[in-house]
Design a protein around this ligand. Structure first.
Ligand code: ZN
Length: 423
C-alpha cells in the first residue's frame, strides 16, 4: 500500500474545509424541496467542480415532493402544544384528528406487543432514541408497528428539554399512512395515562404533496482503469436545525478529500467518483435512483463506496461495514497506518446512502462519528440542537483525514485485495 504522506497535512491546512461546513449550515437545514436545499446544491456543484477539477454532472431525480404547511397539537385541556410533522406525514382531516393517546415508552417491539389491544383507533406515543447505537429501534420501525396495530396517529417525543424532533415517517411515495409528528418531551409528559384513562389530544397537520425534482451531483476523476471508488455524502437535511452534523460535516469533508487527492488520482488504478445525493432523509431516494440506474458492469466496476454521513460532533469514528466483513481488515490497517482509531460495526444499517450500494452487492461503508457514545453530540441529530457549534474543527479535520486515507488506499489497492472486499 503506497500512501503519499501529505494528505493529512494538506487537509489540516485546508482552510476551505471549515468554510464549506459553515456555508452549508448557513443555508439552513436543507430540507428536500426547499430553497435552502436548492442553494446548497448550487454551492456544492460549484465547490465540487473547483475541488475535483472536473465539471459537475447533474442527474435529475424526480420524486413526489412534500411539505408541511401547518402542524399543531391540542391537549385535552385545550392548550396548544408545538409539534413538527415527520417527513411525508399524511395530513389529518380538515378538523383535525382527535383520539386517545397510548404512551409506549421507547416504543420497543415488546412494548408494542404488550399494548397491541390498546392501540386500535388511538394515537401511539413513543420516544426518539439515539440512532447511532446498537439495539436502537428506528423511528420508522416504530411507525410501522403503530400502523400495524391499528393506531390512527403517531407522536414521537424528542430527547432535548423544550425541543421538538423530526425525521422521516418512513411512508413511501403515494403510500397510505397515519399522521406523524415530533413533540417536545414536556408535551409527552402531559400525555401520560392517569386514573381518568388515556388522555385525548387533537393532531392537526396540513401538507402539500406534488411531483418535484432534486439532483444528484457527480464528479468523475478517472484513474488508470475503469474502476471507481465512490466517495459520497448527502446534502439534504431537516428544517428545524442547521443539519450541521447530519450532514454538512460529511459534505464538507468529502470536498476536502477531493481537494487533497485530485492531483494524484490519474496515477492510481481506480478513479474517484465524488457523489452528492439529496432526498437522503426521504428513504434514501437520491442514492436509490442512482444505484438502480447502474448496469451490472457499472456496479462491478465500483470497488468501494465510502459514504460520509455525520462524521463530526464526536472524536470517535466508526465504519459501518454493511456486512462486508472482507473490507474490515483493509479499513483497520489504513486507519492504523494513518494514526486513527477506527471501530468497525458489521451489521447492515440502512440509515444512509451506503445501504443502497450494499444492497446492490457493492462493498460499502458509512463513516460516522459518535457511534455507541450515548453522551456525544450526535444525540442531537434530528433535534434543534444539530447546529454548527456542536462540531469542533479538529473533529471535522480528523474525519476528512481518515476518509482521505481510506479513499486513497482503496484507489491503489491491488485487484486481489479489492476482491476480498466483495466477500
Ligand atoms: Zn444523514
Amino acid at each position: 500500500m503506497t500512501m503519499p504522506p501529505d494528505f493529512p497535512g494538506r487537509i489540516a491546512r485546508d482552510h476551505l474545509l471549515f468554510r464549506d461546513f459553515e456555508a452549508l449550515c448557513a443555508f439552513g437545514g436543507r430540507l428536500s424541496g426547499s430553497e435552502s436545499e436548492r442553494l446548497a446544491l448550487d454551492y456544492v456543484a460549484e465547490s465540487g467542480a473547483a475541488a475535483s477539477g472536473v465539471p459537475c454532472v447533474s442527474l435529475r431525480v424526480p420524486y413526489l415532493g412534500w411539505r408541511g404547511v401547518k402542524a399543531e397539537l391540542v391537549l385535552a385541556d385545550g392548550t396548544l402544544a408545538a409539534c413538527h410533522p415527520l417527513v411525508r406525514s399524511v395530513a389529518t382531516p380538515a378538523g383535525g384528528l382527535t383520539a386517545e393517546v397510548v404512551e409506549l415508552g421507547r416504543g420497543t417491539p415488546e412494548e408494542f406487543a404488550a399494548h397491541r389491544a390498546d392501540l386500535a383507533g388511538r394515537i401511539a406515543l413513543v420516544r426518539h432514541e439515539l440512532m447511532f447505537v446498537a439495539g436502537t429501534v428506528h423511528r420508522r420501525r416504530k411507525y410501522d408497528m403503530a400502523r400495524e396495530a391499528g393506531a390512527v396517529g403517531f407522536l414521537i417525543a424528542g430527547p432535548i428539554p423544550g425541543g421538538l424532533v423530526t425525521g422521516s415517517s418512513g411512508r413511501g411515495e403515494g403510500e397510505a399512512g397515519i399522521p406523524a409528528a415530533g413533540i417536545a418531551p414536556e408535551t409527552a409528559g402531559r400525555l401520560i395515562r392517569t386514573a381518568a384513562g388515556w388522555p385525548r389530544a387533537t393532531m392537526r397537520i396540513e401538507t402539500v404533496e406534488q411531483p418535484t425534482e432534486t439532483r444528484t451531483l457527480i464528479f468523475d476523476m478517472p484513474g488508470r482503469t475503469d474502476e471507481w471508488v465512490v466517495l459520497s455524502a448527502h446534502v439534504d437535511g431537516h428544517d428545524i436545525n442547521e443539519s450541521a452534523m447530519d450532514n454538512a460535516s460529511g459534505v464538507a469533508a468529502a470536498l476536502s478529500v477531493a481537494r487533497a487527492l485530485t492531483p494524484h488520482v490519474a496515477q492510481w488504478r481506480r478513479g474517484i467518483r465524488l457523489a452528492f445525493f439529496s432526498a437522503e432523509e426521504w428513504a434514501l431516494t437520491g442514492s436509490a435512483r442512482y444505484v438502480a440506474s447502474l448496469g451490472e458492469q457499472a456496479r462491478a466496476n465500483i470497488a468501494l463506496n465510502v459514504n460520509l454521513d455525520s462524521v463530526a460532533g464526536n472524536s470517535r469514528l466508526s465504519a459501518l461495514t454493511s456486512g462486508f466483513a472482507g473490507v474490515e481488515p483493509f479499513l483497520l490497517s489504513v486507519a492504523q497506518a494513518c494514526g486513527h482509531d477506527l471501530r468497525c460495526v458489521r451489521p447492515l444499517l440502512t440509515n444512509s446512502d451506503h445501504a443502497n450500494f450494499a444492497l446492490a452487492g457493492i462493498p460499502a461503508l458509512r463513516l460516522v462519528a459518535g457511534y455507541d457514545e450515548p453522551a456525544s453530540n450526535l444525540r442531537l441529530v434530528l433535534t434543534p440542537g444539530d447546529t454548527r457549534d456542536r462540531v469542533a474543527k479538529a473533529e471535522l479535520t480528523a474525519a476528512a483525514q481518515l476518509a482521505a486515507c481510506i479513499t486513497a488506499a482503496a484507489c491503489q489497492a491491488e485487484p486481489a485485495e479489492a476482491a476480498t472486499w466483495r466477500k
